[in-house]
Design a protein around this ligand. Structure first.
Ligand code: UD1
Length: 346
């Protein structure tokens, strides 16, 4: 039995990854203190996979607690480390909280993993490490040390920490996955994104506006040098992204000259904010009130992935497109429409 420790496994990407791990024959052991999730996500995973899933409700940044999980559940085949804060805005307002949590949890995991000879690690990184990319699409050779926010810098620091750790530990193998913009939900509509409070990210905001929980969407900037003036991003379906984690774990079990590898994960396609809204309306028929507003501080005009390295080395590719992702996100949103958590803030 190949047990995999999944920190932040009840989160948006973590929960979808647990489903794909089980489908691939791995046994996820979730560590999540549920500060950014809810019990219904766990129930949703269990309903999809038709079995119980183990959750340890602890903060993986507390080493003694994580140590207990390793003693009770180990040995682990590998670990996938999602547990981190991810709001760009919040990280600007509270940088210390971001550095402490995002770096602290990785340090804790590395320390405990070493004591237990757990040597395979998949790390959840972000295209935020590229900051303002000078050449598009972005590949992994682009400079990845000029993030635009403290959130992005926590990923830069964690990546460097992992490179240094793998450099001095010949047994440690690491894959760092740089996500572009994960969106969508499981096609069953049993799990999806659960933004607590007012969403910062585009797709959850579109969903809540269409659902009548928000008055209107503000499109941040219409004067960028892009075809329609709004920012472009590379939106990938969360199920495609989840599958990449399984392929990364498999990859860690193969011979490779590099002990620490990094892969971009994106569709390679740039979609503007306006295109996201228009596609959503087209595929769901649900109207979205929107207005053009000023630019948001820290936004880059355009970024999308060259993911050819992941295609070649991991055998990964996207099966879904933006329309699929928005349709699935909407189906999930509709299960939340009358939900007090989603509707709790104006
Ligand atoms: C950023 C990071 C990404 C990270 C994510 C985590 C970059 C390039 N990307 O994504 O790596 O994983 O945060 O949260 O740093 N928008 C609106 N109105 C809204 C909300 C968003 O117009 O109400 C626009 C934004 O200006 C942006 C696009 O939608 O152009 C996407 O925004 P968002 O969903 O917040 O993601 P990023 O900022 O691209």
């Amino acid at each position: 039995m190949k047990k995999v420790l999944v920190t932040g496994g009840a989160g948006f990407i973590g929960s979808h990854t647990c489903v794909e791990l089980i489908a691939a024959g791995y046994v996820p052991v979730i560590v999540d203190d549920m500060r950014n999730s809810d019990d219904r996500i766990l129930k949703g995973i269990e309903k999809i996979v038709q079995r119980k899933v183990v959750l340890h409700r602890i903060d993986c940044g507390i080493e003694t607690e994580l140590e207990k999980v390793f003693r009770e559940e180990g040995p682990f085949f590998g670990a996938i480390h999602f547990a981190a804060y991810k709001s760009v805005n919040e990280s600007v307002a509270e940088p210390v909280k971001y550095y402490a949590n995002n770096i602290g949890s990785l340090v804790s995991l590395l320390n405990v993993s070493k004591r237990h000879n757990m040597n395979r690690l998949v790390f959840s990184s972000s295209c935020a490490v590229y900051g303002l990319a000078t050449s598009l699409p972005v590949d992994e050779k682009a400079p990845a040390t000029n993030a635009n926010s403290p959130y992005g810098y926590t990923k830069v620091v964690c990546e460097q920490l992992l490179r240094d750790a793998s450099h001095c530990d010949p047994d440690l193998r690491v894959v760092m996955l740089r996500y572009f913009n994960p969106v969508g939900a499981h096609p069953s509509a049993l799990i999806g994104e659960l933004p607590l409070g007012i969403p910062n990210n585009l797709v959850p905001y579109v969903m809540q506006t269409a659902a009548g929980l928000r008055n209107e969407l503000t499109i941040y900037g219409s004067d960028y040098g892009t075809p329609d003036g709004t920012c472009q991003r590379d939106y990938l379906h969360v199920v495609d992204l989840a599958k990449a984690h399984v392929q990364a774990l498999n990859f860690l079990n193969t011979a490779s000259s590099e002990r620490c590898e990094v892969f971009n994960l994106g569709t390679g396609r740039a979609s503007s904010v306006k295109e996201v809204v228009d596609t959503f309306v087209r595929v769901t028929g649900a109207p979205v009130r929107s207005r053009m507003g000023p630019r948001r501080a820290g936004d880059v005009p355009s970024i999308f992935a060259d993911a050819s390295k992941a295609h070649k080395a991991l055998g990964w590719s996207c099966a879904f497109d933006l329309a699929d992702a928005l349709r699935d996100a909407w189906a999930w949103q509709r299960t939340l429409d009358t939900d007090p958590v989603a509707a709790s803030t104006p």
